[in-house]
Design a protein around this ligand. Structure first.
Ligand SMILES: NC(=O)c1ccc[n+]([C@@H]2O[C@H](COP(=O)([O-])OP(=O)(O)OC[C@H]3O[C@@H](n4cnc5c(N)ncnc54)[C@H](OP(=O)(O)O)[C@@H]3O)[C@@H](O)[C@H]2O)c1
Length: 249
């Protein structure tokens, strides 16, 4: 049996779509013929991502970028209104923009926790709330929250991220029951350590706070992974796409 994604002509928002996992998901959706709006802060990086995505083979899909700070309520509103204005409708939302600091608990102040919660926890919740009236009116929609292993397996050196991810697992499961009444699906993907810029900067932060080398931190992380290798963003994108496949009734 082959998988039938039937995604051509659909429309998606991918937050944090200018780099890492978000960029890999945006590329995968675009290659399936999905019109994609990528959102992040840095306009140059967004433009670079648009050029990369446009160079991929696709059956006439559109790619647009929206520069917005998703840790702010206005940023989330801007993403939704611009995407609807320019693409007409939204079928898929990939909540992915996140960034939490690593370090020893005693060294991290309120700002480290508040920054992580504002961007990822409130950012994801606000985006679901902002897009809901549109999805409800169409009685259709798919939302994927990219969360992270620290939500279930917290580490003392990553508590701003762990607490964010634990709350998002709770939110995703809790809201799923209400969304299902409107034929809207919401799922979570919790990647393990994935080869992105962010993974690199987390390794540096951990090395600094533990007083060891980046190589030592990386070697320690690999020990905890059964396959002994770090996952590629494209593998997370393939997993996200698999959530969209249709099976005949
Ligand atoms: N990499 C891992 O090992 C790993 C593991 C588990 C879970 N995750 C989760 O996966 C998601 C993506 O991580 P990644 O590793 O792909 O990160 P990344 O490579 O650092 O990319 C982050 C993306 O988010 C955007 N972003 C950051 N802050 C933003 C803000 N305030 N407003 C709007 N956009 C913002 C960045 O662009 P700008 O900086 O230009 O805004 C960029 O496009 C995150 O939620 C992360 O927690 C990652």
């Amino acid at each position: 049996m082959s998988l039938d994604l039937q995604l051509s002509g659909k429309t998606a928002i991918v937050t944090g779509g200018s780099a890492g996992i978000g960029l890999a998901i945006a590329k995968a959706l675009y290659s399936e013929g999905v019109n994609v709006a990528i959102a992040a802060r840095n306009p140059e990086r967004l433009e670079q991502a648009v050029s990369t995505i446009e160079s991929l083979p696709s059956s006439g899909a559109t790619i647009i970028s929206i520069s917005a700070d998703l840790s702010q309520a206005e940023g989330v509103e801007k993403v939704v209104s611009t995407a609807l204005e320019q693409l007409g409708q939204i079928d898929i939302v990939i909540n992915n923009a996140g960034s939490a600091r690593a370090g020893a608990f005693i060294d991290l102040g309120d700002d480290a926790f508040l920054d992580a919660w504002n961007l990822k926890l409130l950012g994801y919740i606000r985006l679901v709330r902002a897009i809901l009236p549109h999805l409800q009116s169409r009685r259709d929609g798919r939302i994927v929250n990219i969360i992270g292993g620290a939500g279930r397996t917290p580490r003392p050196s990553f508590l701003p991220g762990g607490t964010t991810n634990a709350a998002l697992l709770n939110f995703t499961r809790g809201i799923s029951k209400e969304l299902a009444q409107h034929n809207i699906r919401i799922n979570a993907i919790s990647p393990g350590l994935t080869a992105t810029e962010r993974a690199e900067s987390l390794a540096q932060q951990n090395a600094q706070s533990q007083g060891v080398s980046v190589e030592e931190v990386k070697a320690e992380s690999l020990k905890a992974i059964p396959l002994g290798k770090i996952v590629k963003p494209e593998e997370i994108a393939a997993l996200a796409l698999s959530l969209f496949c249709h099976f005949p009734e």
